[in-house]
Design a protein around this ligand. Structure first.
Ligand code: SF4
Length: 657
């Protein structure tokens, strides 16, 4: 059976895969990633790690700490927190990068943790960025981070994979940021939600690593869990250049030097040469399956602006500039767009000019090395001379921390990745996203502006491959896990049932809410009648993207406490599914079952007692009802273990025994 590149890399980092079995989308696998990064949130992972009874890291070389989010905060409290994290790193013997070295994701690339063909995870949603350098980067939650520290492993379900073909070439003045903003705005109906993306096409040859990192980074905002670029000549050239730079720079500041011979442990010429020899192994099979195939013509993209306050609405700059939207603040900061090329693009725009009166333009490099290089090139000074305000290399205003936040009624344009309401300061402010050059031009004009007049229309298309290709291998059933599960179907025939519908937000922070209390309010906002209709032992079937919205765990546990045996849905929000499995609650994707029930029940009722008994056959990955069989996502060994142990924390405790 053929594999796409996501499946191939996942296979390399999967444990306990039977011989000759090729992992596929939809499968649950135990993974041991090459690296796991946590940043300021390390402080929250430490107590989780300790509470599961762990005392040392399974593999200290696997773990990286970077302090980047709140580095402007020099209060005693924050400095004490940072010191505690540093001390913990010393005790555990893992790699640690202090505040001021840069943004964690950038460090992961600069220091070669994110390396082509490696699976690298981080407790942060922008881990997708590692895809720009050909690594399978994906976010994890804090409990996973604690599990990896303690055991070296956690679990993943391989998402559906979408192929995005970039055709043709960008016009001069159009950047990777414009590409990803255009993609988010053009394909804005959740086309890649919860998918892994593989980029392909002839347009890649002219996309630099900086551009690829930007595009991969913001696949997160597009809704994807991975944004993987292939490893090609552009990647290899970048790696050699970086290795040469490191040879000149030396190993100062590199916490681990594995061979002790003065060679960088990850970015050295021998390793890159080996990679170059084995590039064929990092190609998808010619007949690999993709759930969706999207294409965009790069030459049809002009500079784009997203917003305000969302990425699903994007407008070409040629249109927006006519509206003369006045701005108060501009930002060139963050992991998506503060690398050397970005700073050079912005510097070229402002050279010899001054920032408009009444506008503040904040700049922060993605790392101290980026800043040093931009200073050497004169780009940093050009920005300062124009009136830009420098901030230290870190996250800062991107996440609403430190100097220069948006205040009530203000409008900002930012080269960051997220413009959700209130993220960069006041919820009564408006935030737009754009490329560094557009941000810089707007800072000079005082309104959204760029030297671009040619109006273009995006040329893009999408095809969906309906017949999912799943592994037909029999699932191994572990001791104690049932081969079959029966229950009556209860049908909530809606898509996008959100966590607030399942478990109202007003109960989320009531600390003494018991499991019985949770069971009483389940689905209250979705359908107040639900609790009267549902019975202990039911199997709940719902539509697509079940559990979207916030990450509250109770949306999974409340159904479990109400006695629902499992949820079957067309698809799940990735976070919901993770929370459910991490709490030992079974979630199974089966779009075919949902379609069958929709054909049978077409009324408006929110909750329907279907009067149907179903049997889930885990070994053969099917559900049977009404004398038909429908495929389900395979419930693999690790998912079974997590259900049996009632969740990830208990699973880790078992592993530690
Ligand atoms: Fe997150 Fe912004 Fe920091 Fe990137 S720069 S890691 S998006 S807070």
């Amino acid at each position: 059976m053929s594999q796409n590149l996501v499946e191939k890399i996942a296979q390399k980092f999967a444990l306990d895969v039977p011989d000759n079995h090729k992992v596929k989308s939809g499968e649950f696998i135990t993974i041991s990633p090459a690296y796991v990064m946590t940043h300021d949130n390390t402080g929250a992972v430490i107590p989780k790690f300790k509470s599961i009874g762990a005392t040392k890291f399974a593999n200290p070389r696997q773990v990286v700490f970077t302090l980047d989010h709140n580095i402007q905060d020099k209060s005693e409290k924050n400095l004490a927190k940072y010191q505690k994290i540093e001390n913990f790193a010393k005790e555990m013997g893992n790699d640690f990068y202090p505040a001021g070295r840069g943004i964690g994701h950038q460090i992961m690339v600069e220091e070669g943790y994110a390396f082509p063909g490696a699976m690298v995870v981080a407790s942060d949603s922008h881990s997708n960025m590692y895809g720009g350098i050909g690594a399978l980067g994906t976010p994890i939650v804090r409990t996973d981070a604690a599990a990896i520290w303690a055991t070296g492993k956690t679990w993943q379900q391989i998402p559906p994979v979408a192929k995005v073909t970039l055709k043709g070439n960008l016009q001069k003045g159009v950047t990777g940021k414009d590409v990803i903003i255009a993609l988010c705005g053009y394909f804005n109906n959740d086309e890649v939600l919860n998918c892994a993306i593989e980029f392909a096409g002839d347009g890649l040859a002219n996309l630099s690593i900086d551009q690829r990192l930007t595009i991969a980074n913001m696949t997160t905002e597009w809704g994807a869990l991975v944004g993987l670029f292939p490893t090609d000549k552009v990647t290899i050239d970048w790696l050699y250049k970086r290795a040469e730079f490191i040879e000149r720079r030396g190993l100062q500041g590199v916490p681990s030097d594995a061979d002790g011979a003065g060679k960088h442990p990850r970015l050295n010429k021998e390793r890159i040469a080996k990679l170059e020899e084995n590039l064929a192994a990092l190609q998808p099979d010619a007949d690999a399956f993709y759930a969706k195939e999207l294409t965009i013509d790069l030459s049809s993209i002009e500079p784009y602006v997203a917003g305000p306050n969302g990425v699903k609405v994007a407008a070409p700059v040629s249109k927006l500039k006519e509206e003369k939207i006045k701005i108060n603040k501009a930002y060139l900061v963050s992991c998506v767009n503060s690398r050397v090329e970005d700073i050079a693009d912005a510097a070229a725009v402002v050279k010899g000019k001054k920032i408009a009166d009444g506008v503040k333009f904040y700049i922060a490099a993605a790392s101290n090395e980026v800043q040093a290089e931009s200073e050497k090139r004169g780009d940093w000074q050009a920005l300062i001379d124009a009136g830009a305000i420098p901030l230290p290399p870190g996250c800062g205003p991107c996440i609403g921390l430190g100097t220069g936040l948006l205040e009530d009624g203000e409008i900002g344009i930012s080269a960051t990745n997220r413009n959700f309401k209130g993220r960069m300061g006041s919820p009564d402010a408006l935030a737009y996203l754009a490329s560094p050059a557009v941000v810089a031009a707007s800072a000079i004009s005082g309104y959204i502006d760029f030297d671009w007049n040619e109006k273009k229309s995006i040329i893009g298309e999408i095809a969906e491959n309906k017949n999912a290709q799943t592994s037909n291998a029999k699932v191994e059933i572990i001791d104690g896990f049932p081969t079959k599960l029966s229950g009556e179907l209860i049908f909530c025939n809606r898509d996008n049932i959100n966590t607030d519908g399942i478990y109202p937000g007003k109960y989320t922070y009531i600390d003494d809410f018991t499991p019985e209390d949770q069971a009483k309010v389940v689905m209250e906002n979705y359908d107040p009648e639900f609790k009267e209709i549902v019975k202990e032992g039911d199997v709940l079937v719902s539509g697509f993207n079940f559990g979207t919205g916030s990450s509250r765990e109770q949306a999974a546990t409340a159904l479990k406490y109400r006695g629902v045996k499992a949820v079957i849905a067309g698809s799940f929000s990735a976070t919901y599914m993770r929370n459910a499995i991490n709490n030992g609650f079974l979630t199974i994707a089966s779009p075919e079952s949902v379609k069958a029930l929709r054909d049978k029940f077409d009324g408006d009722d929110l909750t329907i007692r279907a009067g149907i008994s179903a049997e889930i056959d885990f070994k053969n990955s099917v559900i049977k009802f009404d004398e038909e069989e429908y495929p389900i996502s395979p419930v693999g060994k690790i998912a079974q273990e997590l259900i049996l142990t009632e969740g990830l924390e208990n699973w880790v405790k078992e592993q530690l025994k």
